[in-house]
Design a protein around this ligand. Structure first.
Ligand code: PLP
Length: 441
């Protein structure tokens, strides 16, 4: 058994608390000069002209949408497999979320799915680069432009993700990023709206600047909950404290993932979301820009090690050349069982990564079979920047062994291949999959 490892890490850097303490001593914790320089440097990093920092990713999305000035009741097409905050923000603005099933390979939205849903009420399309996989966007942009529909990129997972050498976020009309504490680029919560359009940028900036900064108490809550998460996901607290609890819950048949995620996401989420980015967060963002590529390179190296070591029969999405490898996903027909087996051997994996948004909005899940299947079969495997090559080799060996061991017999749904692994089921196994027009990642 390898030392118990968490699938999560918090991307702190040495001495960020000193940066924060210095600003606190100078009375510049909340307001100061860093916001503007962070925006300018982030825009350069992404390769766009304008960037507006916000207190959360969802606030960046809502500012973008409001700045676009859509008529009430306008429809916004988005992936069915998304963070629930996206349709919630859309609905909160009096707009109508319209869901398109995802393509299993790219986890983006197939262009046909979007075109099928376009009506004369469509005002915008959200394209999500989920898990740091660059979704195909060019055909969606071309189709949307012809109809006066705006394209917004959800880059919440995609700092550092490139497509054909270009950072994602500049292909549509605007994009938003999230710097939540669990993201590889984190500013104790936070976000950014980016665009190439100077007029849209001015409207977004005016809307954001009309909002308050977080209170010092809010900021403290964000910082303390992030440190708690950092402690709980690393040694010694993870192996000695959290892991035994996860094991116990697993043995009692309680889904530990839900408990774990709710416990850690809530503290950051209870803080008010429609706020500006505080000066201290912007300074952390500036420091993160200096180190983010190094951290992502370690993630990519870990992901490459898994790519090479995992058996060919273990399904996984294609991340393309430029993916940031934020999440390493594998597919298994009996994901709860595989999760349980890996946990008992010290490897924490994640399930239920995004939400089935149509189901959460009262629509029939059967109409979105790929989303349903994505939720049922995905496991997030630890491959973050804190893990060593040795840990990656052990994790890969364990997955190869347990995925094979968890497999039903040859007569079961995942008939064996000579290599000892289940036949890859994605995307072929997706019932009624919207294969037409799927854009390769
Ligand atoms: C894909 C996706 N979109 C949007 C968001 C919203 O970002 P935030 O939590 O910073 O508001 C998240 C949050 O994790 C996300 O994962």
């Amino acid at each position: 058994m390898i030392l118990p490892v968490s699938r999560r890490t918090v991307s702190l850097y040495p001495g960020e608390w000193l940066d924060i303490a210095r600003l606190a001593a100078a009375g510049e914790l909340v307001e100061g000069e860093c916001e503007r320089s962070f925006a300018a440097r982030f825009a350069r990093y992404v390769g766009v002209e304008h960037a507006v920092p916000t207190g959360t990713g969802r606030f960046a999305l809502s500012a973008i949408l409001r700045a676009m000035g859509p008529p009430p009741g306008g429809e916004v097409i988005m992936p069915a497999y998304e963070d629930l905050s996206v349709p919630q923000e859309v609905r909160g603005l009096g707009l109508v979320p319209v869901f398109a099933d995802v393509s299993p390979e790219s986890q983006g939205v197939g262009v046909q799915g979007v075109l099928d849903r376009m009506t004369d009420r469509t005002v915008a399309v959200v394209v999500a680069h989920l898990f740091g996989i660059a979704a195909g966007i060019d055909a969606i942009v071309a189709a949307a432009r012809g109809r006066g529909v705006k394209v917004i990129e959800d880059c919440a997972h995609a700092v550092g993700t490139r497509r054909d050498g270009t950072h994602v976020g500049g292909a549509g009309d605007a994009a938003f990023f999230s710097f939540h504490s669990t993201k590889p680029f984190m500013t104790f919560g936070g976000g950014m709206a980016v665009t190439r359009d100077p007029e849209l940028a001015a409207r977004i900036r005016a809307l954001v600047e009309a909002s308050p900064y977080p209170s010092r108490a809010d900021l403290l809550l964000r910082v303390l909950s992030t440190y708690a998460l950092a402690a709980m996901t690393s040694a010694p607290a993870f192996p000695l404290g959290v892991f035994p609890v996860l094991l116990l819950l697993d043995r009692l048949g309680v889904d530990p993932v839900g408990v774990y995620d709710r416990a850690f996401r809530r503290p950051v989420s209870v803080a008010r979301t429609d706020v500006r980015l505080a000066n201290a967060q912007a300074l952390v963002g500036l420091r993160q820009l200096d180190r983010v590529d190094g951290g992502l390179e370690r993630r990519r190296a870990n992901a490459r090690a898994l790519d090479a070591a995992l058996g060919a029969g273990i399904g996984r999405p294609d991340h393309g050349e430029g993916g940031n490898r934020y999440f390493y996903i594998i597919f298994d027909d009996d994901a709860p069982r595989l999760r349980s087996r890996l946990l008992r051997r010290g490897v924490d994996t994640g399930r239920g990564l995004m939400r089935h948004c149509p189901a959460a909005f009262g629509l029939r899940p059967e109409d979105f079979p790929n989303t349903t299947r994505m939720l049922e079969t995905s496991l997030q495997v630890p491959a973050h920047e804190g893990l060593t090559p040795r840990a990656m080799a052990e994790i890969a060996a364990l997955i190869n062994r347990e995925a094979a061991g968890a497999r039903p017999g040859p007569a079961g749904p995942g008939a064996e291949r000579p290599g000892g692994h289940r036949e890859r089921r994605w995307p072929a196994g997706a019932p009624g999959a919207a294969r037409d027009g799927i854009i390769p990642p």
